[in-house]
Design a protein around this ligand. Structure first.
Ligand code: SF4
Length: 387
């Protein structure tokens, strides 16, 4: 069979409603051949780990029919990951509130009238106790967030002890502390740090509407310092801040064209906090959010794509579609920053309904045991740092 428009062989045809008379699909791959014709370099290289994406290609992916987009994302996901495993990370706020930055979404900025109280850096023993509980719950990575513009030497020295202590428990470590110099990044690496989180937040063009106290280039410089120090990069953004679809495409394009893809890509949905400038922003369509997850999976095939802030506002069905689109990591805990996160029992229940196993507990702890451990363990305070 041949496509009337393109003359491709081995095609299946599908009549569409409306003005478009036909769309044609490659019979074996399901790829829409009209899209292939207009983007010859795009579909032929799907699944390849590459950093030379064009913005136009990213926009083409966003514009695919939903089923085609999910198909490609799921296909690539299965080539790189077990589709029924989701990594579970635990995140603790080790220093809350009082941040001098003006990130328009953040409850921890000193500039906004929110209910968050400023707290000092947490004592080492309290941090380690939280890490012990997280480990008992099956976590293999413990993330620590501090509301800093950038850490001062004394603060960094204290945090290095926390990293070393968590590392001694046999867990991976991640911190988010704001901007870092190259020397600070090396110090953290020497302390045993595995991952550093520093988000780009949004596109370069939209960035100035959200944050004015640090530049986009500042963020890229920190990411470069982290990468050069040999630390794994955790970097993503926030959707639903009033940005355009072009901004979402540009954000994912920037992430996917860094010299190396971030190992973890957190995709947050804005949590609207009363008192912050972005409170009241029109909510993003859930299908648009799922599309972004799918495009991130396609662009960065081997990265963990993390459903981060905003999950508490999502239905179980939306989260299920996100997992289908290639999300394979979540934050687990009762709170993200000062905002809600689905409670752990709900998450475990959703995993069970979807047949998902927590990646951190793979081959070591069965879910029944995990549930019983979890029921006995005291909840720890977990936050979502968006630095
Ligand atoms: S997101 Fe991070 S840097 Fe921005 S105000 Fe909040 S704590 Fe400070």
């Amino acid at each position: 069979m041949k496509c009337r428009a393109h003359g491709y062989s081995t095609l299946a045809f599908a009549a569409e409603w409306g003005n478009l008379p036909f769309r044609c699909f490659h019979a074996e791959t399901g790829i829409a051949m009209h899209d292939v014709a207009s983007n010859p370099g795009l579909f032929a290289r799907l699944g390849e780990v590459r950093t030379d994406w064009t913005v136009e290609q990213v926009r083409t992916l966003f514009a695919l029919p939903f089923a085609d987009l999910i198909y490609h994302a799921q296909h690539i996901h299965r080539q790189n990951f077990d589709p029924n495993r989701v990594q579970v990370s635990t995140l603790l706020s080790i220093k809350t509130g009082g941040c001098p930055e003006d990130c328009g979404y953040c409850s921890q900025s000193i500039r906004y009238n929110t209910t968050v109280e400023r707290e000092e850096l947490m004592e080492l023993e309290r941090v380690l106790e939280s890490a012990r509980i997280a480990k008992a719950n099956g976590a293999t990575r413990f993330c620590m967030g501090a509301a800093y513009r950038s850490p001062k030497p004394k603060q960094l020295a204290a945090i290095k002890h926390m990293i070393a202590g968590v590392r001694e428990m046999g867990m991976e470590t991640c911190v988010t502390l704001g901007m870092l110099t190259p020397d600070q990044a090396v110090e953290l690496k020497d302390a045993g740090l595995d991952y550093y989180n520093h988000n780009l937040d949004t596109s370069k063009d939209f960035y100035g509407k959200v944050i004015t106290t640090r530049t986009y280039q500042d963020r890229l410089d920190t990411l470069e310092a982290v990468r050069n120090a040999g630390i794994n990069v955790c970097c993503g953004g926030i959707l639903g801040m009033g940005e355009s679809s072009q901004d979402r495409a540009q954000l994912l394009h920037t992430l996917a064209t860094l010299p190396a893809h971030p190992e973890s890509v957190p995709i947050n949905q804005l949590m609207q906090v009363p008192g912050t400038p972005l409170f009241g922003t029109e909510k993003l369509d859930a299908l648009e959010f799922i599309r972004a997850i799918a495009v991130a999976r396609i662009l960065m095939p081997k990265s963990h794509v993390r459903l981060s802030a905003g999950r508490s506002g999502m239905s179980d069905e939306t989260q299920a579609l996100c997992f289908l689109a290639g999300a394979n990591s979540i934050f687990y805990g009762d709170k993200l920053l000062t905002t809600e996160n689905p409670d752990e029992h709900h998450d475990l229940g959703l995993f069970k309904r979807l047949g998902i196993q927590p990646e951190a507990q793979r081959d070591a702890v069965d879910t029944a045991h995990a549930r019983s451990v979890h029921a006995e363990a005291a909840p720890i305070r977990s936050t979502m740092a968006l630095s």
